[in-house]
Design a protein around this ligand. Sequence first.
Ligand code: CA
Length: 233
Amino acid sequence: MHVLIVEDDDSIAEPLSKGLERQGFSVRRESTGLGAIDALASDGHVDVILLDLGLPDIDGYEVCRRVRTTATTPIIVLTARGDEIDRVLGLELGADDYMVKPFGFRELVARMNAVTRRAQVTSDTSNDSIALDGGVEIDPRTRRVVVNGTEVQLTRKEFDLLRLLATDPGATHTREDILEQVWDAHWYGPTKTLDVHIASLRKKIGDPGLIETVRGVGFRLRTATPIATEPPP
Ligand code: CA
């Protein structure tokens, strides 16, 4: 597995890269955000990115954002503060996971395996496009979503969320299940992140009723457009 470590602090990056190399990982290290962007552009083969937030040039948030405009490479953010987590995994950034410093090496390796496995699963499952109610179409292969012929731009998490709901339209997916599958099994953070993504998806799709809220449980997709009832004469 090829790992890109983006970290300006040698006292963290050195032992980290040595440890990962000992475990058989192939490691490339960058100490600036722009260096990381360049590295990704020139050397496409990176399976997972370990990204520090506080970098000397552009910060980790910006790196995340720029990477996501072109690549879906899994990103694990290395942060010193737990309260940054919501922002890290939030709407536009699209990081896959985070570790709060100081972190355990074994746990990091486990998470790296988890995010790469998940990335594999998302790219491997059926590539047939899925037609939903309300003229919404999902193309898993290109990760594009078209609503009545017009493409809508979704973030990585928004897409994964819609795709998950679309695996079984009409079935209710519990909040826990969604958080586990789209975010991660160890996500115990504020679940408002999920609501924020649902709200944003509804807005982008322009058909707020397509994603139905099952109060206290979770969400499901509407399977048939309700027929407008004629008012009684
Ligand atoms: Ca730093």
